[in-house]
Design a protein around this ligand. Sequence first.
Ligand code: SF4
Length: 424
Amino acid sequence: MDTFMYGFISQLVNYPQSAYLHIPFCHRRCFYCDFPVVPLGDSAQGDHGPGSNSIKSYLDLLYRDISLSPKGIPLATVYIGGGTPSLLSSYQVASLLDHLRVHFGFQYGAEITLEIDPASFDKVSLEGFLEAGINRLSLGAQSFDNNVLKILGRRHSSRDLLEACNLIQDCFKSGQLASWSLDLIKNLPGQNLISWKRQLSKAISILPPHLSIYDLSIEKGTVFAWKMSRGELSLPNDEMSFEISRVTSQILKEEGFSRYEISNYALPGHASRHNRVYWSGASWWGFGQGATACPWGNRFSRPRTRKLYKQWLEMQEISSKNESLKSIQKSQHIPFEDLLIVGLRRREGVNLKELSKDLGWSKDQLKANINALKNCWEYPLGMGWIKQRGWRFYLTDPEGMEISNQILVQMLEWWESLNGCSSD
Ligand code: SF4
């Protein structure tokens, strides 16, 4: 069966054709990070030396997790994320992919991404990852400025990053790698327009075909939250932050990048197919500690600690396969408001007629509800920050995307008011 037929069948039954594998290990915890990661120390490695026993025993759990899943149609996208998956050896990555290949199979041209951290790999391990079947990399650069990297608590230096970029770019240019992404963080402590433009120019000069640019967010329980509470973090104010975003969008547009999601920019043909699965509300498998899966539109997360994850797996192994499937079917559907939020972040926005088809609205109800939404959005619609095309609403770039939070809040208030839980 060819890729077209798999896509066709998958659309008919929303059968998962993507898989996420979670690797929860990092060398150290960055000062802004609140992910449930396990720091193993700066010299940790996947298959020998410090931390390797912990990684090996986790991988055994991951293999069991994959084998417990109902079999399905071959995978079109795989994403190995974390954490720092490039802590694994290339043999370990190959073995993970083999488990997926044996269980599900891969479609021709499947996109297989590995998150990779500068200073956690060299030329030999990079070539090993590509030989294992990885064809897309997502490099956690964050910043080219050594002082900023120190403030963030990152392990790599600017020099490590440039070496990593050169290695990856060589593989991309020679056709060994189909695509790669460079990830940066903006709105960092002490950042201004000049320093940000310098970062962006540096990133562009490396010629990555994809850029992910996230805003720093201060999460509870992190070193940054503690520093913030002591007044030791000076973050760009709202005006500066807006200007940084506006300039980013403008410069990247001039460089030929398309902003296909609020934080993601790609040259033609390089948008992440895997991430689009999450944003489109399609189904995916998720394996590993804390991983979220969404088979057949039913979303659930595995336990976030190793101990509970292991116990959960043991319970799944005791129960029959049918019972595992039942537990999937009993789990929660993606809430409509989540579909709205992720949908509106995409360049194409949300098609309310399509999105609401499971809600049982009549045509008149749909029209009335959309009119109510347009009342909530009267100001941003009037300002041209949101556009309507038929049943579809989308944010304009950069204005709409830069104030997306306000627009999303208005949309959620509309949704709450339809459900009779408005605070008014
Ligand atoms: S490398 Fe990434 S996942 Fe690991 S601690 Fe730093 S930000 Fe968190």
